[in-house]
Design a protein around this ligand. Structure first.
Ligand code: SF4
Ligand code: SF4
Length: 366
């Protein structure tokens, strides 16, 4: 299978109405995708308020041979459905999609809490029954939690065949997302990985200027998004990387480097490691708050650093970060109040030059 999948969660819409999908645009996009030999489509019961599945039926199922594509959809557990609720939602998905079997059917967005519900409500058993009946070909789950939880689920549910993970070069070593660790757990259990959020909700397609320059200097003709998708697709245990395409030019861009896919080289990986540092750790504060109690000026240092990091991470968040900064200052001393006593510096396990960094934050956020 070619390693690019079409995510159907950010489809073009008319007048910004998420339920009013521009089907003519989608037809153009999916036709091009299929014409290049790609087959994997990913939707969910909840995407576009249910209209993503309908759009897929109208644009793909009704217009292309069944054997030319595969479809994934997902059973949501957020409404805490009972067995009848699961059956109703599965039936609705089948009807909306207009298919008589689903290639891949996932439990949607498992974490440690929803996993307990999935077990107690019999959701895994429901998937097993659907598979035995031939209504779905493969079963698995999408996942948002840490590697330890993933290990527990895969140990306790060893017949789940695939895992869909949030994985991108920015979250690869992130302590919260744990992309790498989760990928390694899935690999250890022999489960192929489907990647979601390879460009982190689009933010890696438009990174801060410094990162954009790093990538463009290395590959002037390649989009920033291409680096992110290639990073994920280069991992050997990744079966497919989903891209939530909204415009025809995004399909064209993705095909331009995925048609003749070349894994990222060691040199390129090193560039992405540097890029991740720029995007993520403008100030490597871990928000431990060891610095705040002793500050005579009551400066909320970690919150200010967090706002600054948000701005550095995503240029589109600049105004959001500035608003956040203004809000913080309503209850915190200002960086301009800092008297340079360095109590915070002595307390900081990350050895940050806090007064100097605060001054930079004030300059950029103020
Ligand atoms: S150096 Fe500034 S921020 Fe640090 S404790 Fe002193 S007054 Fe607070
Ligand atoms: S002590 Fe250092 S790492 Fe901890 S919150 Fe303060 S600045 Fe951040």
């Amino acid at each position: 299978m070619k390693k690019l999948g079409f995510g159907l969660m950010r489809l073009p819409c008319i007048n910004g109405d998420g339920k009013n999908i521009d089907l003519e645009k989608v037809k153009e996009m999916v036709d091009l995708f299929l014409a290049h030999g790609y087959t994997y489509f990913d939707t969910a019961y909840v995407y576009h308020g249910g209209f993503s599945e309908v759009a897929f039926r109208e644009c793909v199922v009704k217009r292309h041979p069944r054997e030319s594509f595969t479809v994934t959809t997902k059973l949501p557990l957020f409404p805490n459905p009972d067995r009848a609720g699961m059956e109703r939602m599965f039936g609705e998905s089948m009807e909306r999609l207009g298919v008589d079997y689903i290639d891949y059917y996932w439990l949607h967005a498992l974490n440690r809490g929803s996993y307990q519900f999935a077990v107690s409500s019999g959701a895994f058993d429901y998937l097993r029954e659907l598979k035995a009946q031939g209504k779905i070909k493969h079963m698995g789950f999408s996942f948002h939690d840490n590697a330890e939880t993933l290990d527990k689920i895969l140990t306790e549910q060893p017949d789940m065949e695939f895992v869909q993970l949030q994985l991108n070069y920015l979250d690869w070593e992130d302590k919260g997302v744990q992309s790498r660790l989760c990928y390694e757990v899935a690999t250890k259990h022999g489960k192929p990985v489907i990647v979601m959020e390879p460009i982190k909700g689009g933010s890696l397609a438009n990174p801060v200027k410094k990162v954009e320059k790093m990538l463009k200097d290395a590959e002037p003709d390649m989009s920033c998004a291409s680096w992110a998708i290639r990073f994920a697709a280069s991992l050997p245990n990744v079966m497919v990387v989903l891209s939530g395409m909204s415009e025809l030019w995004q399909v064209e861009d993705n095909l331009s480097y995925m048609d003749d896919f070349k894994p990222v080289t060691d040199e390129e990986k090193a560039i992405l490691e540097e890029a991740a540092k720029e995007l993520k750790f403008a100030i490597p504060c871990t928000a431990c708050r060891y610095c705040t109690d002793g500050c005579p000026m009551n400066i909320n240092i970690p919150e200010i650093f967090a706002a600054y990091n948000r701005m550095k991470q995503d240029i589109h968040k600049k105004w959001e970060a500035r608003e956040k900064y203004a809000e913080i200052l309503k209850t915190s001393g200002s960086p301009e109040d800092c008297i340079g006593c360095e109590q915070c510096v002595n307390a900081c396990p990350q050895h940050l030059e806090i007064p100097k960094l605060l001054s930079e934050c004030a300059g950029d956020l103020g």
